[in-house]
Design a protein around this ligand. Structure first.
Ligand code: PHE
Length: 464
């Protein structure tokens, strides 16, 4: 196992923030958030999302980065060495294992959707979406997802890019990629939003996103918001622990975590402000589910004046966001295998990325040949769920809440206050200690209770 003292570090705080924001900002923000907000009452959902992210996801994010820095290794070995040093139960290692395996599973299907984004970027670059109607756009999308061979090629390209970046290691791979790609992502997003501001549908979009209609809110809305926050802020899958492990002791973790959470939320909202004005300008449906970005939005690109440029920008944005998240999903397992087997990073990145690629084939086929294959369908909860749905549902409803609750209990209850203060580099008596107390209270009480709610809802959907 690598000694902590020899640990590589980020070359700058900027590089760390770009990597962590890159992990957080992904398909979850640009593809998922807008349609989830659309389905759950727009502004009311956004408001609930802001509150739950600040009170539940953010405290876990701080804990995760901190635990990563304390351990200074892959998530599994970080926790392993922490429980040894602090004399805690070995059972805690399950949060490292769960997160790492969960990230691997997410990576397998994330790469398939990332492939869709790459494919749509080339469609945008080629013919644009000229002349698409509701029907032909739907047909374009279902044609894409039901053609396994081409889907596989895009999945291969997407995974290949990730493997190459992770092979490069921390400085030459991850840092180099994020320091270039994240500013590009922000520019593309600003370009899209500034265009959207000038469209007719902007005020309707604004109302939709920010005017809360609480009549649509039920207890389910809260749980959906919490789940979306977990996924979007990249917690409970080892990624942030991994990135925290490269952080030097002088960087403030709470401050960094606040920046990451704010940037992530801002991108989700800006993505909404880039997409919904187009949807409203062309009288399309805002609550279109997963097809919103791939079916509805292209119709608008096809109809508008600068549609070509915007279409290219949008799908490039989506692809970049997906890549910078996927590398953080691959890194935890690669780091673990590197520590365990001592083989070269290149070889390990190839083997682990290649295995995730193979697993991803099952998700590719979930949209065509295996679209009626429900592996756990005999189980009420998994009725009608394809392999792709099964992976997504299992990780977001069980693995992430489990790892999240363990993280909250580990830092909130198991580690002592002194250990935590020392890990955060804060001394008793400073003003910041008050914030630490608030954070610990959230981790001890609110976070676990909220997560139990997610479990209950996943297991008995009609109860809450
Ligand atoms: N946060 C990413 C997104 O929103 C997904 C992700 C989750 C990445 C967890 C890493 C870890 O798409």
């Amino acid at each position: 196992m690598a000694a902590t003292a020899l640990r590589e570090h980020w070359s700058s705080r900027f590089a760390f923030l770009m990597a962590a924001i890159g992990s957080a900002v992904g398909l979850g923000n640009i593809w998922r958030f807008p349609f989830i907000a659309g389905e759950n009452g727009g502004g009311a959902f956004v408001l609930i999302y802001l509150v739950t992210t600040a009170l539940i996801a953010l405290p876990i994010l701080i804990a995760e980065i901190m635990v990563g820095r304390m351990g200074g290794q892959s998530p599994v070995n970080s926790i392993y060495s922490l429980v040894r040093t602090h004399n805690k139960s070995k059972l805690w290692v399950w949060m490292g294992i769960g997160g790492t395996v969960g990230a691997f599973i997410v990576l397998s299907y994330y790469s398939v959707i990332g492939g869709w984004a790459l494919n749509y970027t080339t469609i945008a670059l080629g013919t644009g979406f000229d002349g698409l109607t509701g029907e032909s756009s739907g047909a374009l999308f279902s044609g894409m997802i039901s053609a396994p061979v081409s889907l596989m090629l895009w999945h291969t390209l997407f995974m290949g890019i990730n493997i190459i970046i992770v092979m490069g290691g921390l400085h030459k791979g991850i840092e180099r990629a994020v320091v270039f790609l994240m500013p590009l992502l922000f520019l593309l997003l600003l370009f899209m939003v500034s265009h959207a501001i000038g469209t007719e549908g902007f005020s309707a979009a604004w109302t939709f996103l920010f005017e809360p209609d609480f009549s649509k809110v039920t207890s389910k809305t809260y749980l959906v918001a919490i789940g979306q926050g977990f996924f979007s802020v990249s917690i409970a899958l080892g990624a942030m622990m991994m990135y925290g492990s490269y952080l030097d002791k002088s960087t403030s973790i709470p401050q960094s975590a606040v920046i990451i959470a704010i940037a992530d939320t801002a991108v989700a909202l800006l993505a909404g402000l880039a997409i919904f004005p187009l949807v409203f300008t062309f009288n399309l449906a805002p609550a279109e589910g997963p097809g919103l970005v791939f079916v509805t939005v292209p119709i608008a690109f096809g109809e508008m004046e600068n549609g070509y440029l915007l279409g290219v920008a949008f799908f490039l944005l989506l692809s970049v966001a997906a890549i910078t998240s996927a590398i953080s999903l691959l890194a935890p397992a690669v780091a673990w295998a590197e520590e365990k087997y001592g083989a070269t990073r290149r070889k390990i990145a190839l083997i682990i990325g290649g295995s995730a690629w193979i697993l991803g084939i099952a998700s590719v086929l979930s949209f065509s040949d295996w679209s009626e294959f429900y592996p756990l369908g005999f189980f009420g909860l998994y009725e009608g769920k394809t392999i792709f749905d099964t992976f997504d549902f299992s990780v977001t409803s069980f693995v992430q809440p489990m790892v999240g609750i363990m993280m909250a209990l580990f830092v909130g209850w198991s580690l002592s206050r002194e250990v935590v203060l020392d890990a955060l580099n804060i001394t008793e008596g400073e003003n910041r200690v008050l914030w630490v107390s608030v954070w610990l209270i959230l981790l001890r009480f609110l976070v676990p209770i909220a997560i139990v709610g997610i479990f209950v809802r996943a297991l008995w959907p009609n109860l809450l």
